[in-house]
Design a binder for this molecule. Structure first.
Ligand code: NAD
Length: 484
């Protein structure tokens, strides 16, 4: 069966790569190939960066409010194409359509937030720093920025960065994940229709070669990266070597504590979403469930019972709560972790292996899986699984919860369910992760707050979106001025 070939978007044109290496894009619910993508080359990156560099000369002189107006137009166009984007996303990624809609909404919110450039990009001034001398600092764009994205949020993650980079006057080269290139292709069609000036926004598809060419490119000023921790480390190190600005967001192993006073009836829907939403393929997914003190038996029983009710199927079906995993290779990896959990002696109380979904015999499905009596040293309590596998580690008290959280190298998010403000405060105060949920299972900051973890979950200091990202994409020029 012949499938469409995904193209690059460079200098306002759709361009075929001259690469001879191709990857397959799947509908993971059906296990069918739906497109092919060329794994771009250093020459593709050169072309995109040259276009972006050229565009920077006029784009940086375009007034910020005029730049913001392109984003206003884009926001409207995204609203008009909202359902189409969500559908492409679910088709190539597999997540439930309602989650895809939520993701597209968060993408648009970043466009909305970035339109605040005329206040958020401002510098500051002080008169008379010495007799008759004034001082002011203003923020200037730097040039071409690159973005390298993961597969799990094909629409949203690149837009944690892109709107802010371009609204501050920089130009942009995006490399989406090679596993989900169709969503950003759909989005770039909209960018093209809206009439962004040529070369301001460019996209090169591919894999490691594109990434490494971006890292080595002398005309790329900085990189925004999101993906797994080993890749984030590589990006951070290489950007250090070449002197680029960098923000590199990595993997996670998020712990969700449930105290004995927690309202489980109210909390259960958000607990289920935390562990099984997006089939566990979120950097904010709960992975380790920690019932504390005498709540343990009740929490385990009610959680396992609720997990059995999760509906599994094609994400495009409105009834589906949990879709497939992204690929067969990832499915095998998740099954490997389940085998490891059994081998290391954890108690498998809900087994998602061998799940069959009617009409989808080739889909990459794994059902909700729950292990009880997991110990902190077991592999399934330490490593990122990125699937619907829950490790329950029972803890006697808050000290044990804090020790468990702070002993993981990852420090992305942590959540607590409790009825006590004092207990919640102690938790927030003592744990290392930088995104905290209180009676919230997915601690996802909105576009006007920074998104990113700590420890091995984040390399660099300025996180995704929020107000600080205006600093990442600009440099403060300070002028000290005296007139005679
Ligand atoms: P990944 O690290 O495999 O890939 C991310 C990007 O890096 C892709 O574009 C890929 O092409 C590229 N890449 C992969 N290996 C590379 C290599 N050796 N050299 C150069 N480039 C390489 O991550 P993924 O599997 O696409 O995404 C899932 C991961 O992303 C999970 O670990 C998840 O926790 C993490 N994630 C983190 C956040 C966050 O905010 N911290 C958000 C979303 C996803």
């Amino acid at each position: 069966m012949s499938v469409p070939l995904i193209k690059n978007y460079i200098d306002g044109e759709w361009a075929k790569s001259d690469s001879t290496v191709f990857g397959d894009v799947y509908n993971p619910a059906r296990g069918e190939k739906i497109a092919a993508v060329a794994y771009g080359t250093a020459a593709d990156v050169d072309r995109a960066v040259a276009a972006a560099k050229e565009a920077f000369t006029f784009w940086r002189e375009t007034p910020p409010l005029t730049r913001a107006r392109y984003l206003f137009r884009l926001k409207e166009a995204f609203e008009e194409n909202f359902e189409d984007i969500a559908e492409v996303l679910t088709t190539e990624h597999g997540k439930a359509i309602d989650e895809a809609r939520g993701e597209v909404r968060r993408m648009i919110e970043n466009v909305e937030h970035a339109t605040g450039v005329t206040t958020l990009m401002c510098g500051y001034t002080l008169e008379d720093i010495a007799k008759n001398i004034d001082c002011y600092g203003h923020r200037q764009p730097l040039g071409v920025f690159g973005c390298i994205a993961p597969y799990n949020f094909p629409a949203m993650v690149p837009w944690w960065f892109l709107p802010y980079a371009v609204v501050t006057g920089n130009t942009f080269v995006l490399k989406p994940s090679e596993q989900v290139p169709m969503t950003q292709t759909k989005i770039m069609e909209i960018v093209d229709e809206v009439g962004f000036p040529e070369g301001v926004i460019n996209m090169v598809h591919g894999s490691k070669d594109v990434v490494n060419a971006m890292l080595a490119h002398p005309d790329i000023e900085g990189i925004s990266f999101v993906g797994s921790t080993p890749t984030a480390r590589h990006i951070y190190r290489e950007c250090g070597n070449t002197g680029k600005r960098v923000q590199a967001l990595g993997g996670a192993k998020n712990i969700v504590a449930v105290m004995s006073d927690a309202d489980l009836e109210q909390g259960m829907p958000s607990l289920l979403t935390s562990f099984f939403g997006c089939t566990g393929q979120r950097c904010l997914s709960g992975s380790v469930l920690v019932p504390v003190g005498d709540a343990a038996d009740r929490v385990v029983e009610q959680f396992a019972a609720a997990a059995k009710t999760v509906s599994i199927g094609d994400g495009i079906d409105e009834q589906t709560f949990m879709g497939p995993l992204i690929s067969n290779a990832h499915r095998e990896r998740v099954l490997g972790y389940i085998a490891k959990g059994i081998e290391e002696g954890a108690n498998l109380i809900l087994d998602g292996r061998g799940i069959e979904v009617d009409g989808y015999p080739n889909g990459f499905f794994v059902g909700p899986t729950v292990f009880d009596n997991v110990t902190p040293d077991m592999t399934i309590a330490r490593e990122e699984i990125f699937g619907p596998v829950v490790s329950i580690v029972r803890a006697p008290d808050m000290d044990a919860v804090v020790d468990l959280i702070n002993s993981r190298g990852f420090a992305n998010a942590a959540c607590i369910y409790t009825a006590s403000g004092a207990v919640a405060r102690e938790f927030k105060y003592r744990v290392k992760p930088a995104m905290i949920g209180v009676n919230i299972g997915i601690a996802a900051p909105m576009s006007f707050f920074p998104f990113g973890g700590a420890g091995n979950s984040m390399f660099g200091d300025i996180k995704g979106h929020g107000q600080e990202i205006f600093q990442f994409y600009t440099d403060m020029k300070v002028v000290i001025e005296r007139w005679y």
